[in-house]
Design a protein around this ligand. Structure first.
Ligand code: PNW
Length: 474
């Protein structure tokens, strides 16, 4: 080992991919430009009372017009990769039929510019902006939506497969199914527990069909996966009752996805825990084989752990960090209470816990040995503001990142085959139900003017990416 090692010795393997992540509805704006039609998030954000302060993605960060400047920001950072998502209603406005070339052109320009700057594009097909017409036809609880998604995947793969070599089918299907159709805090805002389970299955099926579609539409060697927000679920005490609460929540947080996607079957206990809602007859013969497609890596998003116990009957519910809804996003969660994990929190109220990332990565290592992993999102919102000199000091974000990157490095030393890390997010953006009130960016956005100002954390992260190592100290 002849390389100069930093004092802490925390160098990453050569070729480790450092990137940042964004999503179409959160940054693009230009919602009716070049033939784009409404998605479920346009409808939801324009429904009074759904998004904080009545914020919408109508303008967002105006990335649709400022994309060249944003790629320049990435190049200045020195990152090797950029994860973004395609807006389905730009590519296929009604969710059916041929692709709209004008919509695809935006992603052709963007990816050309990225490649020009030596930045690898990583494209997510679905980061929650379902064409409204498909929701009007029933949305993810309907099987047809999975088939429409595969068609869209084929169109996107054919158009962009020559430049995009890494694809992610779905971003966080747990949020789509259980926040979208269960608690209703995300679009389309439905609160139907049975429909949320049907949605989970059809998202899984859509993933499997989309992997097949991408494999045939793109050149050999294309990397394909999905990204799951796996939950690190922990018990409040070591009682058997709390262990059972963990099992229940782990069931619909994680195993309802990893079961069919990685192992080819739905877990029996999840089906039993939800038997009061459905008989699961929407799972047809052959579906789980379709869902279990070979993947080139697993995308994992991690922000904070989840702490549960058996309900003690003294009203200790709520506090699950998923927004103020009286409807539960946990169809398997009967008798389970949620607690705030001890420790400091971010502006989201999410506990800062790098060990949760470490534990989660080791679980993935043990559950699917040999499958490479990419962290497709990790990051934090804090109350950032520009000081009178126009600088944005965000030491808390730097500390958060340092802790999580160190945990990731420890996990790699423990044998986790981790290939890359995508920081959420490049820019402050539309944080779903929280609107613009939560800032996750490395780059501050002044919404009235659209002005971008790299925060201190941007310089810190750029240093990490360029040196492929963590600075010594702390
Ligand atoms: C993820 N939860 O969202 C998304 O992929 C991003 O678009 C988002 O901006 C980021 O994390 C920060 O929130 C989540 O309630 C939204 O558990 C909500 C939850 C988890 C992830």
């Amino acid at each position: 080992d002849s390389a100069v090692e930093p004092a802490a010795g925390r160098t990453f393997p050569p070729g480790f991919l450092w990137g940042t992540a964004t999503a179409s509805y959160q940054i693009e704006g230009a919602v009716d430009t070049d033939g784009r039609t409404p998605s479920i998030w346009d409808t939801f954000s324009h429904t009074p009372g759904k998004v904080r302060n009545g914020d919408t993605g109508d303008r967002a960060t105006d990335h649709y017009h400022r994309w060249r400047e944003d790629v320049a920001l990435l190049a200045d950072l020195g990152v090797g990769a950029y994860r973004f998502s395609l807006a389905w209603p730009r590519v296929q406005p009604t969710g059916r039929g041929p692709a709209l070339e004008k919509g695809l052109d935006f992603y052709r320009r963007l990816t050309d510019e990225l490649l020009e700057k030596g930045i690898q594009p990583v494209a997510t097909l679905y980061h929650w902006d379902l064409p409204q017409e498909l929701e009007d036809a029933g949305g993810w609880p309907e099987r047809d939506t999975a088939e429409r998604f595969a068609e869209y995947a084929a169109l996107a793969g054919e158009a962009l497969g020559d430049r995009v070599r890494t694809w992610i089918t779905l971003n966080e299907p747990w949020c789509s199914a259980f926040l979208g159709y269960g608690s209703g805090v995300h679009a389309p805002g439905r609160t139907e527990p049975e429909a949320s389970l049907r949605a989970a299955h059809h998202l899984n099926l859509g993933h499997g069909l989309a992997v097949q579609a991408l494999r045939s539409a793109t050149p050999a060697g294309t990397q394909v996966s999905l990204t799951l927000n796996l939950h690190q679920v922990r018990p409040l005490t070591d009682s058997p009752e709390d262990a059972d609460a963990v099992r229940r929540i782990d069931g619909t947080a994680n195993r309802v996805f990893t079961g069919p996607i990685l192992h080819g079957a739905y877990p029996a206990d999840v089906q039993e825990d939800t038997a009061h809602l459905t008989d699961w007859s929407f799972v047809r013969d052959g579906d789980t084989e379709t869902i279990r497609q070979p993947l080139d890596f697993l995308g994992v998003n991690y922000y904070s752990p989840t702490l549960v116990s058996a309900a003690r009957g003294d009203g200790d519910h709520g506090a699950d960090g998923h927004g103020a809804s009286s409807h539960s996003p946990w169809p398997s969660g009967e008798g389970v209470a949620f607690h705030r994990s001890p420790g400091e929190t971010t502006a989201m109220g999410w506990t800062i816990d790098p060990d949760g990332l470490y534990d989660l990565l080791l679980r993935v290592r043990d559950e699917v040995p040999g499958l490479p992993v990419m962290i497709c999102e990790n990051g934090a919102a804090f109350h950032d503001y520009a000081d009178p000199e126009g600088a944005v000091r965000d030491p808390e974000r730097i500390a958060y990142l340092h802790g999580h990157l160190a945990a990731m490095h420890r996990a790699m030393e423990a044998g986790v085959d981790l290939r890359g890390y995508f920081l959420w997010s490049l820019l402050d953006n539309f944080e779903w139900g929280h609107g613009y009130s939560k800032r996750f960016g490395l780059v501050h956005v002044d919404y009235p003017t659209g002005r971008r100002t790299p925060k201190d954390s941007a310089r810190w992260y750029g240093q990490v990416a360029r040196s492929n190592s963590l600075p010594a100290g702390s």
